[in-house]
Design a protein around this ligand. Structure first.
Ligand code: ASP
Length: 440
């Protein structure tokens, strides 16, 4: 078995083990204080939280160094504008397709039509505030870049880093040492990603075990029509819309693409965060799929922030579900408003935590549906969040690959090599010290 497959397979096996153990704990040991205190809220919680922090720790430095290299490596600075515009339009297109598909399928299935609305279910959700779109646009420019880096504000980081990279190019020869330094730092950060891959099986195991120990599958039963509809549309969008676009516009083998995205999808599924998955998405897209650094370093973090197809799907189905539960007719105008609002909300809520439900609250408000309806779907949201994050991340990588192909920045030799970019199961340290260290 090839070395790389082993690593992804290993993560997958540990993920399944975590899922099973968590479900067993939920079913048979939910009352055991010992298991809850020492395992679920003890060991699993600590290991899972450390794993997510380790991933998040990489995001800002990796995006920064990688983007400086990307901008400085561009042969032609106009390419940056083209790549930005193309990816932005494609992100909007896929989000609009995702929510339209969700609303069509949900209307056909009719989730929530026989749902019994009980008193206590409808009172406990208060929607968090989302900033207005104008403020989001103003906020693209950081007043203090250090604060932007410290807060991990992705759009502000992208904005400042691009200007910084362009200016390194503008000072000519004297900027060269900075480019070299960024390249080396980028390489070091990619090595850290490799190390994280080695601890991933245990991190993923702990996250799965904790989630499934706390989140019994029994909650899904009364919500089956909603849960099933979201899951179905996620699968349809992933295997249908996205792969069709990839085939038509990217002209690549979709099975190879999917295989190479498996690690990023597993990370997205277990962490429920496109942002924390950026390091893995970036390394998969560059090293496994063959997108050049100039395109990937920009489109991947941009997509992780503003492109959320899976989240849009949840909103489409949730809107139809809530309308059905409360017996409110949406009408054609209502449907169109939801599509437009969801697309705008996906841009507007960039960088706001708990983004999916905030976006949904905005959408519901706009079409006059009760925002308290969100309380009904919150019980199963944790599991759906895992699934939709995997779709969000696949969407980011799909658009990155399409844009790279159109810019002739996709290395087909890497794409077609099944072993390209795979992680060795063992960590190898060089036996000799680097010469610079030896001399001193
Ligand atoms: N968890 C999703 C993501 O990070 C966003 C959401 O649906 O809330 O991609």
């Amino acid at each position: 078995m090839p070395a790389k497959t082993t690593m992804t397979t290993k993560i997958l096996v540990w993920m399944a083990a975590g899922l099973m153990l968590g479900s067993l704990i939920n079913a048979f040991m939910a009352e055991s204080l010992w298991v809850q205190d020492y395992l679920v809220n003890g060991l699993f919680h600590v290991v899972g939280a450390i794993f997510i922090s380790t991933l998040k720790m990489l995001v800002v430095p990796l995006v920064t160094f990688s983007l400086i290299c990307g901008v400085c490596g561009l042969g032609d600075i106009n390419k940056l504008g083209r790549v930005g515009l193309k990816s932005f339009l494609l992100f909007l297109l896929t989000t609009a397709l995702a929510i339209s598909l969700a609303m069509t399928v949900a209307t056909l299935i009719g989730p929530g039509q026989d749902f019994e609305l009980t008193e206590n279910a409808s009172s406990s959700f208060t929607a968090p505030e989302a900033p207005p779109l104008s403020q989001v646009i103003i906020n693209l420019v950081p007043t203090n870049p250090i604060a932007a880096y410290a807060d991990g504000n992705m759009l502000q980081i992208i904005f400042f880093t691009i200007i910084f990279g362009v200016c390194i190019l503008m000072i000519g020869e004297r900027g060269k040492p900075l480019i070299d330094l960024s390249e080396r730092l980028n390489e070091v950060m990619m090595q850290v990603v490799n190390i994280v891959m080695h601890i991933a099986p245990y991190g993923v195991f702990a996250l799965m075990a904790k989630t499934f120990a706390q989140q019994g599958l029994d909650l899904i039963v009364p919500m089956m029509s909603y849960f099933g509809a979201v899951a179905l549309v996620l699968v349809l969008h992933l295997t249908g819309t996205l792969m069709l676009l990839l085939k038509l516009l990217g002209r690549v083998n979709v099975f190879t693409f999917m295989k190479k995205m498996r690690a990023a999808q597993i990370f997205a599924f277990s962490t429920s965060s496109s942002n924390a998955t950026i390091p893995i998405t970036l390394s998969s897209v560059e090293k496994r799929i063959g997108v050049d650094n100039s395109t990937a370093s920009f489109v991947v973090p941009f997509g992780a922030t503003i492109n959320m197809d899976g989240t849009a799907i949840m909103q489409g189905v949730a809107t139809v579900f809530i309308a059905n539960v409360y017996g409110i007719e949406l009408g054609l105008m209502g449907y169109l408003t939801v599509v437009v609002m969801a697309v705008l909300a996906s841009i507007g809520t960039a960088g706001v935590p708990g983004v999916g439900l905030i976006m949904l609250a905005m959408v519901l408000n706009q079409v006059g549906l009760p925002v308290e309806g969100i309380a009904l779907i919150m019980g199963v949201d944790r599991l759906l969040d895992m699934m939709r994050t995997a779709v969000n991340v696949t969407g980011d990588a799909t658009i990155t690959t399409i844009v790279a192909r159109s810019e002739k920045s996709l290395n087909m030799t890497i794409f077609n090599d099944p072993l390209a970019g795979t992680v060795e199961p063992e960590i190898h340290l060089p036996h000799k010290k680097p010469s610079a260290v030896r001399q001193s």
